[in-house]
Design a protein around this ligand. Structure first.
Ligand SMILES: Cc1cc2nc3c(=O)[nH]c(=O)nc-3n(C[C@H](O)[C@H](O)[C@H](O)COP(=O)(O)OP(=O)(O)OC[C@H]3O[C@@H](n4cnc5c(N)ncnc54)[C@H](O)[C@@H]3O)c2cc1C
Length: 451
């Protein structure tokens, strides 16, 4: 093998990418800046360090999308999953991990691989040639961040996420909510009905503001706040500035008529906007928040129409470097403008240890196949990996793109399955069965491609 694969960043994604490519017979160099250059969250120089919680979330591969991702990674001989299983801690249905031995084992396993070497250095520029995967995560160093921004444009690289909560469409009560764009703006019927509206009367609004002010909030890390406060204030901060601020901001009731009560003027309106092309997910417009997760669900379910809302992801504001992947990456996670560079992990706009490692797994395999010169079978969209990569590279709305966890809202609906809460168990089982079969076929088709 003459060509090497260079991977920048030895976190969740970079470690998994290196393992997959090295097992396919490709020589891999991991460029990792720690321990020489530190981040505010990492504590060691280990590869695969978990920066905060020690949980890989649900391990249920029949009823949970992240559990399905675990299953798919295990089938693909994933290093991150095998090491997590080896250092598993008791945590009910979740997969919790003993973090230090986990990262030590990831490091030792990669170091012992004959095809892997590690170069401890910060990469500060985008390489002009060779085969590269950039997996530098939410805390990408400033110099490399600046180089990526220079290549992609200021709008295309974010340094913070401001995530508004995302809700499964099927859990919204449409006997209270309705579809309408403000002032019926738009050329087509689809545009004129692009928003989903939830009305509030005065009492409901006042109670909502009280709950918002009283809710438990997460504190900002030191040095974390710079850059937030232009255009993406958390809703609770807006409420603190005045009880009417939200009613004149994201909750303004103008230009809308409630077809359920055409004679009653709403005092405030919460708007939701479609979050994916499938129309299975909606985000609450302008509702980025630092409320703690438990408080968030309680407060948001006070909104008429959202009493039974189920959340595909909750809101948050964090330091997070990520690309506008729907506009920048192709379906193989290559940068359109420099296709010798792939991106993987959280910097692509997925969120979480497992999702990041999964994107590393894909990038490692895809890069290896390209280097070997072997045709790779198309990744099936109906797998957890496929649904996630399809979302970030095309299915998501580019204008409002924010990082995403894996969830069943990203999956193509199944014909003939019952919607709503009642059919959920059967539906999720059908999603996971469909995914497992497609993933197994995809892996089997690679045996002649990758070693
Ligand atoms: C404060 C914080 C808390 C979080 N808490 C959680 C949590 O509880 N649960 C969860 O699932 N996710 C959490 N996340 C998200 C988490 O970071 C990701 O889930 C996961 O670690 C991302 O994997 P990754 O491989 O993309 O990035 P990382 O695991 O961060 O790996 C990126 C690697 O790139 C290296 N690097 C950066 N720039 C350069 C450079 N220029 N040259 C060379 N190396 C470089 C870094 O040192 C790092 O080792 C948190 C993130 C942050 C910032």
């Amino acid at each position: 093998m003459t060509q090497e694969l260079h991977i920048v960043g030895g976190g969740m994604a970079g470690s998994e990418a290196a393992w997959q490519a090295a097992n396919a017979g490709v020589r891999v160099v991991i460029h990792e800046m720690r321990p020489k250059v530190e981040t505010f969250a990492h504590k060691t120089g280990n590869l695969g360090e978990m920066v905060c919680s020690n949980s890989f979330r649900s391990d249920d591969d029949e009823q949970n999308a992240v559990g399905l991702l675990h299953w798919e990674m295990r089938q693909a001989n994933g290093l991150i999953m095998a090491t997590a299983d080896r250092h598993r801690l008791p945590a009910g249905g979740a997969l919790a991990v003993d973090r230090d031995p986990f990262a030590e084992t990831v490091t030792a396993t990669l170091m012992a691989h004959p095809n892997v070497s590690v170069s401890y250095e910060e990469v500060t520029a985008l390489p002009e040639d060779g085969n590269w995967i950039i997996a530098t995560g939410p805390l990408t160093s400033s110099a490399l961040g600046a180089a990526i921004q220079a290549e992609t444009g200021a709008e295309a690289l974010a340094f913070f996420d401001a995530i508004a909560p995302i809700i499964y469409a099927e859990s919204i009560d449409m006997s209270k909510a309705w579809m309408q764009s403000r002032y019926d703006k738009g050329e087509t019927e689809e545009e004129r009905t692009a928003y989903l509206n939830c009305p509030m009367d005065k009492d409901q609004y006042e109670a909502f503001i009280d709950a918002l002010l009283a809710a438990d909030k997460t504190e900002f890390h030191e040095g974390e706040t710079a850059g937030y406060f232009d255009g993406c204030l958390p809703i609770e901060v807006m409420a603190e500035r005045g009880r009417e601020t939200l009613r004149f901001g994201p909750m303004k009731p103008v230009g809308l008529t409630n077809p359920h009560q055409p004679d009653v003027k709403a005092y405030a309106v919460v708007q939701l906007r479609r979050d994916n092309a499938l129309g299975t997910l909606y985000n609450i417009v302008g509702f980025q928040t630092k409320m703690k997760y438990g408080a968030q669900t309680d407060v948001l379910r006070m909104i008429p129409g959202l009493e039974e809302a189920r959340f595909a992801r909750l809101g948050g504001i964090h330091r997070n470097t990520f690309l506008n992947s729907p506009t920048l990456l192709d379906a193989q996670m290559r940068l359109h403008s420099k296709p010798h560079i792939r991106f993987a992990g959280q910097i692509t706009g997925v969120e979480g240890y497992v999702e990041s490692a999964a994107m590393g797994l894909l990038a490692g395999r895809l890069a290896a196949a390209e280097i070997i010169g072997a045709p790779m079978p198309d990744l099936p969209q109906d797998t957890a990996h496929g649904a996630l990569v399809h979302h970030i590279t095309g299915g998501a709305e580019a204008k409002t793109f924010q990082p995403m966890n894996v969830n069943f809202g990203l999956f193509r609906p199944l014909d003939g399955m019952k919607g709503g809460r009642r059919g959920r168990k059967d539906r999720y089982k059908a999603y996971t069965d469909r995914a497992k079969s497609a993933w197994s076929d995809w892996l089997a088709a690679q045996t002649s491609v990758l070693a």
